[in-house]
Write a protein that binds this ligand. Structure first.
Ligand SMILES: C[S@@+](CC[C@H](N)C(=O)[O-])C[C@H]1O[C@@H](n2cnc3c(N)ncnc32)[C@H](O)[C@@H]1O
Length: 270
């Protein structure tokens, strides 16, 4: 039985950006950094992925489907879609409930007799162990089926303790495993520069809203209760240090130094 989870960060992100998508945006140059433009860029992202689906592919398994924006667009384009995610909050919020079967499970644990023409992993590859992901994709695809992956990868061997290495596959390791499991690249695209404005927007919003709110709490506590303030600050030192580290994740300069956002369309050679 698959473990049911709720990812608090994805849930927070979903509530803040109020979007049907949990992936980065695919920005046009010179687009202003604002939430409305993020929504447009996110829709452009999934439309771009759909435009890469080869002719003849009809049935799609949307792996790590989030809240269903991608599934809705796929349906709209005439694909037969099924979706899965292990996240109970996403199951509740899933927008395509009426028309798309939703399976509450991790991909690695998914059991079905069905086979699909294409498996879509829109920013979900990073959550799935590499070998289990390819093994399961092999088992669930029709012969000459496709795996369409869009996600960021580490471009170098990296200290695994670094916050940038968390939840990210090393690109060469991933591609080597793809080959071993019989997946051949049909198309690949580096979209790093098109997606990093998403991080610049996150940083801007952090500086505009989150930071002043933290400073306000800090000032209120110091003024009203200096002794408890010292205790709270002492107790919160680890989460605060952690927050500091997490901020590296929304730094686009750090991102381009260590990560690459790639689209891969693989075909399965059984
Ligand atoms: C960043 S979100 C992307 C959501 C959606 N694909 C999109 O493009 O908006 C990552 C997704 O992967 C899902 N996920 C996490 N671990 C997973 C696993 N082991 N198997 C399948 N999906 C997983 C999360 O619940 C979430 O739906």
């Amino acid at each position: 039985m698959s473990q049911k989870v709720k990812d608090p960060i994805l849930d927070y992100y979903r509530k803040i950006i109020k979007s049907d998508y949990l992936h980065y945006g695919y920005w046009n140059s010179e687009e202003e950094l604002k939430v409305e433009n993020l929504h447009r860029a996110q829709e452009r992202y999934i439309k771009h992925l759909i435009s890469l689906i080869p002719q003849g592919a009809q049935t799609v398994l949307d792996v790590g489907c989030g809240v269903g924006g991608n599934a809705l667009l796929l349906l709209d384009k005439g694909f037969q879609v099924e979706a899965l995610s292990p996240d109970i909050a996403q199951q509740e919020a899933f927008k395509a409930k009426e028309d798309v079967p939703f399976y509450l499970t991790k991909f690695e644990d998914f059991q079905t007799d069905k086979r699909y023409d294409l498996i879509l992993m829109s920013e979900s590859t990073q959550y799935i162990p590499i070998k289990e992901g390819f093994e399961k994709s092999r088992a669930l695809l029709n012969s000459k089926g496709y795996l369409l992956v869009s996600d960021y990868f580490l471009i170098e061997n990296f200290n695994k303790d670094s916050v940038l290495a968390i939840c990210t596959h090393q690109k060469n390791e991933y591609l080597k495993a793809a080959e071993e499991f019989g997946f051949e690249i049909v198309q690949s695209e580096d979209i790093t520069s098109r997606v990093t404005p998403t991080l610049d927007l996150a940083k801007l919003k952090y500086q505009e809203y989150v930071l002043p709110t933290l400073e306000l709490f800090n000032d209120l506590l110091v003024g009203w209760a200096p002794i408890p303030y010292k205790i709270v600050k002492f107790l919160a030192r680890k989460p605060l240090a952690n927050l500091e580290k997490q901020l590296q994740l929304i730094d686009s300069h750090e991102f381009v130094k260590h990560r690459q956002y790639m689209i891969y369309l693989f075909v399965l050679r059984k």
